[in-house]
Ligand binder design. Structure first.
Ligand code: FAD
Ligand code: NAP
Length: 531
């Protein structure tokens, strides 16, 4: 089949793909979006499980590139629900007339660089072939569902679901015996709601989770008015925070051990009442000093003991790892759900799962009979969606081979030997360790400016240099190693996927990262070769 020559292909129509398409079109590029789902929204299209909502305040977890958009859109709650976020994505797509350039229900299966024609040959599962100068992967960091290789998984005779592939028509668990496997963020959000419907809910927990209360509520019109009266400054203040959000929450400039016990307790209590992820920024050194971190961990552990009535259950729910090294969860009634008579905690450290069979799950101690099985088992994060595509760069070199010992990128935006190929929130950028909307916008704008720069110079390609990439990978590792983030088995490290190389993938520190990206541009795209 003849390839259709166009300027750019953007893979994915989540928040990243939508904005990228808008920007490339703005440069006058003929651009095609390709999306495996039937609609826009990405994460919010796929994750329709009960309780799904963002856990960063919606006033911050939203686009800022259009002031008219951020002024006109009205969020109803502190943390928008999945349906509201999906409506927002669809509104943005309509407002900027994006859908006409997106092929839905279409999956990109390969992207091969043609050295001679200097184009990306991109093929889809519908047989389309595009020859594009630019290829942008907006495929998502948490879009590739991870189903555990438990023996017999396919033999379950009841209904099985993954939180990230939830049926659009919803699921009614009324009167059913349900298991949730996993206790990460997706499980934490869905368990309290599934428990209200199910006749019996079994929570299969491998690692206990730290969670802080969301304190979700309808948005106070006064707060909205104050933010909207000077949205730009609000966004700027958030961009100065280590993780790119949370400027309204009060932080202590000092370390946790610099204050006395009574004051520390009071501050944690205040933050607990405020709710949300900024709890992890209460003191300046919580992710740097194990002793400081332990004060926060101890505070949450004590909260668990007060929230959970049965001391033995509370003990099983109590985490021991560093708080924050697995992503902190934000919940509504998670721990107290275990006080319900119809909820049982199955501790997989005491009784590992041996197999799944037609009737349910068999652990080392018992058989649990089930009607429904919910896999809240997460994602092949950051690299999964990219590596599921057969990407080949110069000389036909597969991306998968290049990344066999872990992802290697320059700035998390590009990877050497793959010219004109960009990743939005790729490994080596703050991405999942930040408010992802501003990170997405920062990447999209950087890529659009870069494309414009290359074209303005009359050039056709841009590629990272090996030296710049090596230095960046080393820097990302060094910064990560200076923190407590890599201190336990987490998906940040790829540890949740058997056989995946263990490399700490995100870059810690949004403001420093943004400065570095600006500096690279100011120095004439330092670390890149434009040809
Ligand atoms: P996605 O939204 O994942 O979109 C990627 C799209 O690419 C998908 O639609 C996928 O179908 C498509 N795609 C992938 N591969 C292909 C292919 N080969 N061919 C065609 N299409 C393809 N982040 C926050 O900052 N705050 C939050 O509160 C928050 N909550 C989250 C809650 C959940 C349940 C999850 C899973 C993630 C959450 N995140 C949150 C992270 C979230 O993924 C990002 O905030 C953001 O939505 C990512 O947008 P994206 O466009 O980069 O990727
Ligand atoms: P996750 O954090 O990776 O959690 C997966 C859970 O499944 C973990 O408890 C894990 O246990 C367990 N698990 C995996 N394989 C297992 C197996 N073979 N047997 C038993 N248990 C197993 O995935 P997630 O909850 O979907 O969240 C992923 C990320 O998406 C989050 O960290 C967050 O960034 C984002 N998210 C955000 C929200 C939000 O509140 N806005 C909601 C959902 C997701 P171990 O810990 O032992 O590996």
């Amino acid at each position: 089949m003849d390839a259709r020559r166009i300027d750019a292909v953007v893979v994915g129509a989540g928040f990243a793909g939508l904005y990228m398409l808008h920007r490339l079109r703005g440069l006058g590029l003929e651009t095609r979006g390709i999306e495996a789902g039937s609609g826009v929204g990405g994460t919010w299209y796929w994750n329709r499980y009960p309780g799904a909502r963002c856990d960063i305040d919606s006033l911050e977890y939203s686009y800022q590139f259009s002031d008219a958009l951020q002024q006109e859109w009205e969020w109803t709650e502190r943390y928008a629900t999945q349906p509201e976020l999906l409506r927002y994505a669809s509104h943005v797509a309509d407002r900027f007339d994006l859908k006409r350039d997106i092929a839905f229900d279409t999956r990109v299966v390969s992207a091969h660089y043609d050295d001679v024609g200097q184009r990306w040959q991109i093929t889809t599962d519908r047989g389309d072939v595009f020859a594009a100068r630019w290829c942008v992967m907006a495929t998502g960091c948490l879009s590739s569902a991870n189903l555990p290789a438990i023996p017999g998984r396919e033999s379950f005779a009841g209904a099985a679901y993954h939180t990230g592939r939830w049926p659009h028509e919803g699921v009614d668990f009324t009167g059913r015996r349900v298991a949730v496997i996993g206790t990460g963020s997706s499980a934490i959000q869905s368990i309290p709601l599934i428990a209200e419907q199910a006749s019996q809910l079994y929570v299969f927990q491998r690692t206990p989770t730290y969670s802080v209360p969301a304190h979700n509520q309808p948005l106070d019109p006064e707060v909205v008015r104050a933010v909207k009266s000077d949205y730009r400054s609000f966004r700027e203040r958030n961009a100065e925070q280590a993780f790119g959000f949370g400027s309204r929450q009060v932080r202590q400039a000092q370390g946790a051990l610099a204050v006395d016990d009574a004051r520390r307790e009071r501050v944690y209590e205040e933050r607990w009442l405020e709710g949300g992820l900024p709890f992890l920024s209460t003191f300046s050194d919580l992710m740097l000093d194990p002793a400081a971190n332990d004060t926060a961990a101890d505070f949450i552990r004590r909260k668990i003991r007060t929230l959970v009535a049965d001391p033995a259950v509370a003990q099983r729910l109590t985490p021991t790892q560093v708080v924050g090294c697995k992503r902190l969860c934000v919940d509504t009634n998670y721990y107290t759900t275990f006080n319900r008579a119809n909820v049982s905690l199955v501790d997989l450290r005491e009784e590992p799962i041996e197999a799944i069979d037609a009737m349910g799950v068999r652990t080392a101690r018992r058989h649990v009979d089930l009607d429904d099985l919910v896999f809240a088992t997460g994602f092949d994060a950051m690299t999964g969606a990219l590596e599921r595509i057969d990407v080949r760069g110069r000389d036909g070199r597969p991306l998968k081979q290049k990344w066999s010992a872990g992802p290697r990128t320059y700035l998390g935006l590009a990877t050497q030997g793959f010219p004109n190929f960009f990743m939005i929130t790729g490994p080596g950028s703050p991405s999942v360790l930040s408010n992802m909307l501003p990170s997405i916008e920062q990447h999209v704008e950087w890529i659009a400016d870069c494309v414009a720069h290359v074209r303005a110079r009359g050039a056709t390609t841009i590629d990272a240099t090996r030296d710049a990439e090596d230095a960046w990978v080393e820097h990302v590792n060094a910064v990560g190693a200076h923190t407590l983030f890599p201190s336990c088995s987490s998906w940040y490290l790829g540890a949740n996927v058997p056989g995946k190389p263990r490399v700490f993938m995100p870059y810690v520190g949004f403001p420093a990262y943004v400065s570095k990206c600006r500096e690279v541009v100011a120095r004439g795209y330092e670390g890149f070769t434009v040809a």
